[in-house]
Structure formats: structure tokens, C-alpha cells
Design a protein around this ligand. Structure first.
Ligand SMILES: C=CC1=C(C)c2cc3[nH]c(cc4nc(cc5[nH]c(cc1n2)c(C)c5CCC(=O)O)C(CCC(=O)O)=C4C)c(C)c3C=C
Ligand SMILES: [Fe+2]
Length: 434
């Protein structure tokens, strides 16, 4: 079967010229298979979209796309993650902007459970929708876009006239002590974080965004993950510990304004309402960890395994009292929670980040070890005074986080996450092009 030639412009053009496609189809007297994707697929039809809107008292199936902040940050974590980085291969600023406009339209539609592009399908052209999600609920899909430092400037070259828009001090994720970053798995011009309660819905979203970027951007790396198994309460990571216990409350707007959202006193102005995202693919060495007793594991983490309570507490949400244990007799000084949050009053409060990680389980690595770990994702208002301050303590050679013996970071990156899109006249990253 000969492969049909594919043109990116054709693909993007189809969105705009869907109606025209119908007319041309008629002129050429093509078989009447030219049809509207929306009309032909019940799940995407208007009546079905109404069915998938949220009903009071039931679990929501859609998360709203439009808003001051992008969704997927303070959205209660969905079950599944797909995260991908793209590199821009075009050198044309307008093509980059057009792609962001198209992606914004697609994301708005996908989160509502519609096919990604509006228009009519001409059977002679590549599909407007790859279709594997047809019949599935939108499953609380959120898609969050971020920009890597290389989008603003790469090897000293201002490819898109965006160098002046780069936040001061923003650069690529550095190599921390004990990191083993592998070239194809790090950095990227753009990141796309896709979360939903259905892995196929996630895959479909990335796949169709990738198709629409053809000729402008290409995939650099992509990972999947899933949250701990518990439907309620704090999920567990693959070392079997509750992970997220002392994460901030998602509804705590004060906290988010202080620690997560770039605010009015911050620069650059276009980023206000946005945030900074850290992605770290952290391999967890299951074979080594599994040789440790529960007691030793608890010493490493600084919390009790079953309950998640601190070492000096009874209940998961009891507050550890490090000040009463200056020598680390109860909670080791080099335990993970003590180093990540020493509870030094205001300083520690200012450092606090929002973690939104997912477990990954991807078969075996090249030497037969379990290829599993944590897609660590966090959001913060200031990379230096928050994430890096914490990470530098964890990877400090003089008092290394005990957990480092059992983990190794192999990929990831830093990304700036622009604010949300308020209405359909706007697009993600519009502030960059003003
Ligand atoms: C630099 C930031 C962090 C990295 C990287 C990180 C990796 C990592 N963490 C766990 C497991 C747990 N982490 C827990 C708490 C915790 N971790 C960080 C930061 C990083 N973790 C913070 C800021 C905190 C909160 C500390 C506090 O305020 O008490 C916990 C305890 C439960 C909880 O509060 O979530 C666990 C367990 C793994 C396995 C890991 C890398 C693979
Ligand atoms: Fe942690």
C-alpha cells in the first residue's frame, strides 16, 4: 500500500479549510466519504459532549481549560501521566506562534472530549483525528505547556526573537551531585504535561499534538506514569511509602500565591499567573531497596512506612518536632524528609514547593534491573530559592540524603509555564509574542 504523502500545512490547513474541503470534494465528484469528524463520531457530537459535562454530586469528567492559570497544576492529580518534550525544528517565529495557536485550540477541544481539530475529513488526506479515544470519556484531561530555556536562546542564538523575554536567571536544569543525566532524556524547547484518568486519552492527546506540530517541532522525549493505587488518601510511591503527605493543600490559594504563581512583584510581566516546572526522571533501585528492613527504610525516609506518620508521631499528619531532636536520634539528620524540609520557620515555609509526581514502571533496563521510579514533577515560583535550595541540601556531599543511595536521576528539565488562557481569542504563550 503506498503511503499517502503528508504535509504539515495540509494538516493544519484542514482545520481552517474543512468546509472548503467539502466543496472541493464535491467538485471532484469524490465518493461521499467526506464527512465531519464531529458529526460522524457520536462521542464527539454536541449531544455527547453535553453528556460528558460535569454533573453536581458525581465525579467530574472534564477539567476546565480556560482560566487565569493553566490546568494540571492545582488540579487534583489524575491517575495517569504522559509527559513529552519537543524541540522546535523550524526557525520561523510565525510558525512557532501558529503552532501554539493551533495547539491551544486543540487542547481546549480535547479537554471537552471533542476531536482535536474542527472541520471535515477528506479521505484523501491524513486524518484530523487519529481516533483511538473515540468512545472514551475525556477523563479529566488536562494539558499543561511549558517552555525550556533553549526556546528563548540556544547556543547564544536568538532563534525566534524571544531572548529578551527570558526570565532573568532562567536556564537549563543543572547537573546535581549524583545525577546521571542521559542526553536524549533531558531539556527540550517545550514540555507538554498530559494528565487524565485514562492512559489512552493521554496518548491520543500527545500523538495528535505531535502530528499538528509536524514540520515545526518534533518529539525529543516522552514518558508515562501512574499515580499510587489508592483511590482516596495519600498515594504510595514504589518504595511503598505514602508520598505527598506534607504537600500543600491544592485549595490553599494563599499558599499558591506566595509559593507557586509568579506574582505582580516578579519579572517578567508576561509570566505573571504562570509558574516554573521541574521534571526529574528518577530511577529507583528496587533490588537494593528491597534488601532493607522496614526499620532501615523508615530511617532513610524519616517517616513510618505503614501509617506515614513522622518518626516521633502517631498519625500521618502529625507534625514532626525536629527542634526537640537536634542530634537526629529519632529522625535521622540525613533522612529524606528532614533534609527536604528542616522546618526552620519562615525560611522553610518560603521554600515549599508543590509536588505532582507519578510512578513509572517500564520493564527492565539494559542490565536487567527494574526500570522503575518516580517522574518527579514540581511547581514553584522561584527555582533558585525553592527547588534548588531543597535539591542542593539533598545532594550535598557533606550530608547526602540517604535516599540518594537508592535513586538516580537520569532525565528531565526546567520549564517556565506561562499563565492560563482566558478565552478562545487568546492562546498559550501569547505574552511572548506581544
Ligand atoms: C528536590 C525535591 C525532591 C525530590 C527530587 C524528591 C524525590 C523523592 N522523594 C521521595 C519520597 C518522599 N518524599 C517525601 C517528602 C518530600 N520530598 C520532597 C522533595 C523531594 N523529593 C519534599 C519537599 C518533601 C516534603 C517534606 C516535608 O515537608 O515533610 C516523602 C514523605 C511524605 C511526603 O510528605 O510526601 C516521601 C516518601 C522519593 C521516593 C523520591 C525520589 C525517587
Ligand atoms: Fe521526596
Amino acid at each position: 500500500m503506498s503511503k499517502q504523502p503528508f504535509s504539515r500545512r495540509k494538516f493544519l490547513g484542514m482545520a481552517v479549510t474543512g468546509a472548503a474541503g467539502l466543496v472541493i470534494g464535491n467538485m471532484l465528484d469524490l465518493p461521499k466519504r467526506v464527512h465531519s469528524v464531529v458529526d460522524s463520531e457520536p462521542v464527539n457530537s454536541k449531544s455527547q459532549t453535553t453528556e460528558t459535562t460535569n454533573t453536581p454530586g458525581t465525579a467530574p469528567v472534564t477539567e476546565s481549560f480556560f482560566g487565569v492559570h493553566q490546568s494540571g497544576i492545582v488540579t487534583p492529580a489524575q491517575q495517569f501521566l504522559n509527559i513529552a518534550a519537543f524541540d522546535i525544528i523550524s526557525s520561523d517565529r510565525n510558525e512557532l506562534r501558529d503552532m501554539l495557536k493551533t495547539w491551544t485550540k486543540m487542547i481546549a477541544r480535547l479537554t471537552e472530549g471533542k476531536s482535536p481539530l474542527e472541520g471535515s475529513q477528506n479521505p484523501k488526506f491524513s486524518p484530523l483525528d487519529t481516533g483511538e479515544q473515540i468512545g472514551l470519556s475525556p477523563s479529566r484531561l488536562t494539558i499543561t505547556i511549558g517552555f525550556g530555556a533553549s526556546l528563548f536562546q540556544k547556543d547564544g542564538i536568538d532563534r525566534f526573537g524571544l531572548a529578551s523575554k527570558k526570565p532573568k536567571g532562567f536556564g537549563q536544569m543543572p547537573i546535581f551531585h549524583r545525577d546521571a543525566l542521559k542526553e536524549p532524556l533531558i531539556h527540550g524547547d517545550l514540555v507538554v504535561q498530559v494528565c487524565s484518568d485514562d492512559p489512552v486519552v493521554n496518548f491520543h492527546a500527545i500523538r495528535n499534538l505531535s502530528i499538528a506540530s509536524n514540520g515545526v517541532a518534533h518529539l525529543r522525549w516522552q514518558h508515562t506514569g501512574q499515580s499510587g493505587t489508592k483511590p482516596e488518601g495519600t498515594p504510595r510511591n514504589l518504595f511503598g511509602f505514602k508520598d505527598g503527605t506534607n504537600n500543600p493543600q491544592l485549595t490553599d490559594e494563599n499558599f499558591m500565591n506566595n509559593n507557586i504563581w509568579v506574582g505582580n512583584s516578579d519579572e517578567p510581566a508576561w509570566l505573571r499567573g504562570g509558574t516554573y516546572m521541574v521534571v526529574r526522571r528518577i530511577q529507583m533501585r528496587m533490588e537494593t531497596w528491597d534488601q532493607l528492613s522496614y526499620t532501615t527504610q523508615e530511617d532513610v525516609i524519616g517517616r513510618q512506612k505503614i501509617s506515614g506518620a513522622p518518626m516521633d508521631g502517631m498519625l500521618e499528619h502529625d507534625e514532626p518536632k525536629f527542634a526537640q531532636d537536634p542530634k537526629g536520634t529519632v529522625t535521622a539528620l540525613d533522612s529524606h524528609i528532614r533534609l527536604s524540609n528542616p522546618r526552620n520557620g519562615e525560611q522553610s515555609e518560603r521554600e515549599r514547593i508543590l509536588r505532582r509526581g507519578y510512578n513509572f514502571m517500564d520493564g527492565l533496563d539494559e542490565v536487567g534491573r527494574m526500570n522503575a521510579g518516580l517522574m518527579f514533577i514540581c511547581f514553584n515560583r522561584n527555582l533558585k530559592t525553592q527547588f534548588e535550595s531543597i535539591q542542593n541540601r539533598l545532594s550535598n556531599v557533606k550530608q547526602l540524603d540517604q535516599l540518594m543511595k537508592y535513586t538516580q536521576t537520569v532525565g528531565g528539565g526546567y520549564f517556565v509555564v506561562p499563565p492560563g488562557v482566558l478565552n478562545s481569542n487568546s492562546y498559550i504563550g501569547e505574552g511572548l509574542f506581544g
